[in-house]
Write a protein that binds this ligand. Structure first.
Ligand code: GAR
Length: 201
C-alpha cells in the first residue's frame, strides 16, 4: 500500500514508520511522499535521508485553507498514495478534503481522546491533573480529534512529570502503536461502522 505521511515537526513517528514499515521487506507498505507545511521541519530531513520524496506546502502561499488542502491532495494523487498518515501534522483539514479521503486519513494524538484534543494535549493533560493519559490513533473526521478511534494505549502520569518527561513516555508508546495500526489498516483488518472500529484478524 502506498502511503503519504504529513508532518510538521521533528518526525520521530515518521522515523519509526520508515524503519518498521517502509524499510521492512516483509511489509508491502511504501511511503511514497512526505509532505510538510513547515520547510524547516526535521521530518523532511529524515525523509530525504531515507530517499523518500518530499513536498513543502505552505499555507501562506494559498488564498484560503480549501486551496491549501487542494494542493496537498494534488501531491497525494500525483504520488498515487492510498492512505494519508498524520504524524505530528499540526494543521486542520477543511471538510472537502476530509470527505474526499473518508476513513483514509489516520492521525496519532498524544492523549486518551476524547480527553485533551487539540494542539497542546500533553500540557493540557498535566495542567488538568489526570493520573492516566495515553496515545490515541484514529481516523480523521471533520471535527478536532473526534474521528473513530482505532486503538489506544494508556500511560501513567507521575507527580514528578513535566511536559518533556511525559511527552517522552507518550512517544515511546506512539512508536509502538502507530506502525501496528497502519499495518492493520493496510491488511484490511479494520472495519469502521459509524463511530465503532472493529479489528478483525
Ligand atoms: C506526537 O507526539 C503526536 O502525537 C503529536 O505531535 C507529536 C509529533 O512528534 N500530534 C499532535 O499533537 C496532533 N494534535 P514527532 O514529530 O516526533 O513525530
Amino acid at each position: 500500500m502506498n502511503i503519504a505521511v504529513l508532518a510538521s515537526g521533528s518526525g520521530t513517528n515518521l522515523q519509526t514508520l520508515i524503519e518498521q514499515l517502509h524499510e521492512d521487506n516483509t511489509s508491502d507498505i511504501n511511503i511514497v511522499v512526505v509532505i510538510s507545511d513547515r520547510k524547516k521541519a526535521y521530518a523532511l530531513t529524515r525523509a530525504e535521508q531515507a530517499g523518500i520524496p518530499t513536498q513543502i506546502v505552505s499555507a501562506k502561499n494559498h488564498i484560503n485553507r480549501v486551496e491549501f488542502d487542494a494542493e496537498i491532495a494534488r501531491h497525494i494523487e500525483n504520488y498515487s498514495a492510498e492512505l494519508i498518515i498524520l504524524a505530528g501534522y499540526m494543521k486542520l483539514f477543511q471538510p472537502p478534503f476530509v470527505r474526499k479521503y473518508h476513513n483514509r486519513i489516520i492521525n496519532i494524538h498524544p492523549s486518551l481522546l476524547p480527553a485533551f484534543p487539540g494542539a497542546n494535549a500533553v500540557a493540557d493533560t498535566l495542567e488538568y491533573g489526570v493520573k492516566v493519559t495515553g496515545v490515541t490513533v484514529h481516523y480523521v473526521d471533520e471535527g478536532i480529534d473526534t474521528g473513530p478511534i482505532i486503538a489506544q494505549t494508556s500511560i501513567p502520569v507521575y507527580d514528578t512529570d513535566d511536559e518533556e518527561s511525559l511527552h517522552k513516555r507518550v512517544q515511546i508508546e506512539e512508536h509502538k502503536l502507530f506502525p501496528q495500526v497502519i499495518k492493520w489498516h493496510a491488511q484490511g483488518n479494520v472495519i469502521v461502522e459509524d463511530r465503532k472500529v472493529i479489528l478483525v484478524s
